[in-house]
Each structure stands twice: as C-alpha cells, then as structure tokens.
Design a protein around this ligand. Structure first.
Ligand code: ATP
Ligand code: MG
Length: 570
C-alpha cells in the first residue's frame, strides 16, 4: 500500500465514495477546488495507538489511497511533559503493521516550532495577541461558563512593545513554569468558550524528545494544529467530533495568519466499543497501575496488544470498513469486531490439535509400544495447505470437558459405555474410569475398533461426536493463556472509578495443556486454530523449556452468552 506523490490527472483509483467525508473529498476534486487530496494522521505521542486510532488511520490513509493523494504521519508533539520517544517508535511500528505507509511524509509539529513562534509574534504585532500574567485560577475564574460570557483580563490592553518584550523573555526562559501565557485576543464574550482568548503558548521548562532544551515555551494544540496543516498543504484535516467546537478557532488562525495554504477541518464520530475503554488517559492508568502487564498486554485494545493477541491487521481494516464513518457518536458492539477477527482467522489459520485440560485415555486393546502415523488436514478450505502426519498410540489425552460420568440427555461425547470418533483416527468406546482418592476421574480405559481407521466405520455405523486428542508420549506441554474482556460492564467509560469495573477474570492460565508437536515450530503472533477450541498464537514469552500460547479468540461468542446467563440468574 505504499503511496507515491501523484500529480493531478494521474490514475485516480477512487472507489465510489462511501461516507460523507469521502463525498466531500470527491466533490472538491470533481469541482477542481483541489488538485490532489492531502490528509494526515496526527497522533500525540503520549501513549500507544488503540483500535479507535485505527479508524482515523484507515480513514486518512484510505482516502489518500483511493483518491490518488497522500497521507502524512504527523506527530503532534507539543507537550513534552507527557510525550516520550517510546511512544513515537511504537506509533510508527503500529501504523506500518496496520498496513499503511507514509513514504517520506513523516512530520512533527516540533518541526514547525520556529515558524509557529514567528506567527505568534505576527499576531502580537497586529494587536491580536497578548501576554497574560494572571494565575491559572484567575484565568479559569474569568473564563465564564457555557451560559455566561467571560471577563477581559486586566492584561488584555498591554501594548505591542511590552507584549513582544515579555513574549521574547518567555522564550528566553526568564520566567518560571506557568508564570505567564500568550493568549489570542479574540472575544471574551463569545458563546464558544474556545474563542475566549485561547492560550497560544505556555511556559514549560521541560526537555523535548526532538528539540531538546531549545524551547522553554510550547504552543497549544489549537495554535499548532491548523498551522501545521497549512504548512504541509493538508486539504482535508479530518478529526473526531470533540474538535467541532474548535473549528471556529482553527479557521480564525488560518484567516489571521500569513499561512501558505488554507486547509479545512472536518469532524467524524470517534469509535467506541462495548467492554472497552478507548481513552489514552485510562489506558495509561491501566499500565501504570499494574492492572495489565504493559501497553502490549493481549487484553489491551491497543494495536500492540491486538497484534500480540494474534489479531491480524486485515481483521482490523475489515472491521473499520464495515462500521463506516458517520457524523453521530455511537458505540459499536465488541461482537462486531470479533466477527471480523474470526472471519480473517478462519481463512488463514492452519488447523492443529491441542488439548487444553487433559484427561488421560488408555486404549486397552491397542498394542503397547505401537505408533501409527495418520493424515490430518491443515486447512479444510485450502487443499494447497496440505496434510501433516499425526501420531496415534496407546495412551492419549482428550479434553476433560469431553467426558461426563453422568451425562445429561443431549451430551453426545464420551461417557461410560458410549462410542465417539477421535478425529482422523478411530472410534473408541469408554469401558472404565479410574478415580483418585477424591473421587475425581483421572483416567479412562477405552477400547478402539481397528475397522474404523481414518474415522469411518467399515460397517457404516455412525457416532454423534468427533473429538480432538493428542498422543500422550508425542505431545508437548504448554501454558495456555485465555483472555476475557478487561471490563465487566458494557460501558466502562461511563464509570468514574474504572478499577471497580475491571473484570477480575480477564486472564486464566492453563498450566498443563498438551499440543501436537508440530506446534513447537509455530511462530510468534502467527495464528493457528486449535480444533474445536478457537484461534491461538505462540507468545513471545515462550522459552526453550516452556511454550506459551495465547488464545486470540474462541470459535464462537460464548463469553457474551455466559454473561447474559449470569445476568439472568441474578
Ligand atoms: P485522548 O484519548 O487523550 O483524547 P486521542 O486518542 O484523541 O487522545 P490523539 O493522539 O490526539 O489521541 O489522536 C490522534 C487522532 O486519532 C486524532 O485525530 C483523533 O481524533 C483520532 N482518534 C482518537 N481516538 C479515536 C477514536 N476512538 N475513534 C476515532 N478516531 C480517534
Ligand atoms: Mg486527541
């Protein structure tokens, strides 16, 4: 998906416009208002990207691709108190992983600090900005409310020379943090709070990941964003709805400064997902508070977490495409995302057998020491994926859940006296149970029918269940981590104290799983299907002694059903 700069007229491969933003872009291109569409994705490097950001990434990069334009990656790095190089690196890695390429168009708001500073001086000279000495509390108190206008600052009438002098001394580092700010002189009585003399510059004596200790003052988001767009020739500055009220200010700067182009801002609805929090502030607290193991904890909705979980990037792109882009906020059911994940994994994941909670089975009439190799299909819909050999022997493991001593009526799997099929192998019949002192079943004694090799009976008789299994001696041990949603409420972001809605059952570790041996070669993050169990991938925490597998997702949405049952029960 690499993009090149294409001049107008060259192959424009736009699909039919599918949402209101694409409509606007298409109209602007058709009317000749722009020659080429230029968008940007502007993350602040104060955390890792999450699936909400994926929506903005797919929208901005997608538009550029579809309409033969380009999309910039621009770091909105105006607040060094919160920003870190680790985040910058992670963001670049995650945008690439998602499948997008900014080519040579990597920018930073900090690239423009000198020009932004110059524009601030221009505003001062034009009598449209002033240095305010009020404390933060005083400024807050005089800002007014949603229904009432604000009060002019006593420093609003400062002369140009005094303002210039103070602003230059702010830059030179003469004043402590927070002592003064530069404000635009717009309108303290405006109905829009963003226009009540917004702050343009703050004093902050903090080292910046890119500019080091060069700056003692930093521009606000509002003062940096639109001007950065103008410098880069952005035609459509697409952002989320919370910036709608900032648009008049965005336009005010573009109208009042000598900027090289006139970009426009358009707002769309941010992505919200049930059982998920998409706020960097909360995600940061989860990491810092040790509620998860890090930004790439497989339970996190971050791109790094989803990648580690085994979610392929095409599943995320498919999901974003399906939900579309709208102007009104809404919350998407997490099940919709899971649908896209299952769709993608079903197509690509190779099938394997793994027993998560093993129960030993001894086939009494199978000769001791004998081993047979059986053919197992790697992917039912993809003959090219081929077959592999799996070993069958006298001692096997099956899933504990697949056996019941006293089964209810509709239980067709193994129980005393019943016959089932072992996938790719034979029919077996349960003859006897071995129990421990506590009365728990620790082993089953079974017999097999040699006339059912490959899983079909020569006499044509049927069985109702087909179960997965592994050969005890040939299987390998692994830890398997099962994940459930981090939150136990559909709308955790509506809660003040998110720790109270954390799902204490979000991680379950199975310490004694048995896998077919070919899984020792599985690659980290590469999905496989454990038949009848779900999609899994090897985790990077695997060691040479111990494999660790992560469940990406179950085959069906059983979690939501369990929740509903619990709710109904009490
Ligand atoms: P915060 O969580 O503090 O509000 P943010 O998520 O908005 O921060 P940014 O780095 O400013 O973080 O986001 C970069 C871009 O991604 C912005 O254009 C923003 O509008 C967009 N974005 C952020 N969250 C979502 C979301 N949930 N859905 C769609 N776009 C989003
Ligand atoms: Mg933001």
């Amino acid at each position: 998906m690499a993009q090149d700069d294409k001049s107008s007229g060259e192959t424009i491969t736009a699909e039919a416009a599918r949402d209101f933003i694409r409509d606007i872009v298409k109209t602007d291109l058709d009317a000749g208002r722009i020659k080429q569409v230029v968008t940007r994705f502007p993350p602040e490097p104060n955390g890792y990207l999450h699936i909400g950001h994926a929506k903005a990434i797919c929208l901005n990069f997608g538009i550029a691709e579809e309409f033969g334009g380009r999309c910039h990656l621009r770091f909105d790095d105006t607040n060094p108190a919160k920003e870190e190089q680790e985040y910058i690196d992670a963001i670049e890695r995650d945008v690439r992983w998602l499948g997008f390429d900014w080519g040579k168009h990597l920018y930073h708001a900090s690239d423009y600090f000198e020009r932004l500073y110059g524009w601030a001086e221009d505003l001062i000279r034009a009598g449209k900005a002033y240095v305010d000495d009020q404390t933060q509390d005083e400024m807050r108190a005089s800002r007014g409310t949603l229904t009432e206008g604000g009060q002019n600052s006593p420093f609003r009438g400062r002369g140009v020379e005094e303002n210039l002098d103070l602003f230059r001394r702010m830059r030179a580092g003469e004043f402590p943090n927070g002592a003064r700010v530069l404000r635009a002189k717009v309108d303290m009585s405006s109905g829009n709070i963003n226009l009540r003399d917004p702050v343009l510059y703050r004093i902050l004596n903090a080292p910046h990941p890119r500019t080091g200790t060069q700056w003692k003052i930093y521009p606000s988001y509002d003062f940096a964003h639109g001007q950065s767009d103008a410098i880069e020739g952005i035609t459509h500055s697409v952002c989320t709805l919370e910036f709608e009220d900032h648009r008049p200010l965005y336009d005010w700067f573009i109208a009042n400064l000598d900027v090289p182009s006139k970009p426009h801002q358009y707002e769309f609805a941010r992505l919200n997902l049930t059982y998920t929090v998409l706020s960097k502030r909360v995600l940061t607290e989860l990491v810092r508070g040790g509620h998860v193991t890090g930004w790439d904890d497989p339970r996190m909705p971050t791109l790094a977490g989803l990648r580690r979980r085994g979610v392929p990037p095409e599943a995320i792109r498919d999901f974003i495409k399906r939900i579309g882009v709208a102007k009104a906020n809404s919350t998407v059911d997490a099940g919709q995302f899971e649908f896209s994940v299952r769709e993608a994994l079903n197509k690509t994941a190779l099938r394997r057998m793994a027993v998560l909670r093993p129960l030993k089975v001894v086939i009494e009439n199978y000769p001791e020491g004998q081993v047979e190799e059986l053919d197992a299909v790697n992917h039912p819909d993809d003959p090219a994926a081929g077959v592999r050999k799996i070993k069958f022997s006298r001692e096997l493991y099956i899933e504990q859940d697949d056996f019941m001593e006293n089964p209810p009526k509709k239980f067709f799997r193994l129980s005393p006296g019943t016959e089932v099929r072992l996938r790719y192998a034979y029919f077996i019949t349960c003859r006897e149970m071995v129990k421990n002192a506590k009365g728990e079943v620790t082993e089953l004694r079974c017999t097999y029918d040699p006339a059912t090799k490959g899983g079909n009976a020569l006499d044509g008789r049927k069985v109702k269940a087909t179960m997965h299994w592994v050969s005890a001696a040939h299987s390998i041990a692994a830890d398997v981590r099962l994940y459930n949603p981090l939150f136990n409420k559909p709308d955790p972001s509506g809660t003040e104290n998110f720790a109270a809605v954390l799902n204490t059952n979000s991680l379950e570790v199975l310490g004694g799983a048995r896998l077919e041996p070919v899984l020792s070669e599985a690659k980290v993050e590469q999905p496989v299907q454990f038949e009848r169990q779900g999609y899994f991938c090897r985790d990077r925490e695997s060691t040479s002694n111990r494999l660790v597998f992560i469940r990406t997702i179950g085959l069906r949405d059983t979690w939501a059903k369990d929740q509903a049952k619990e709710k109904a029960a009490g």
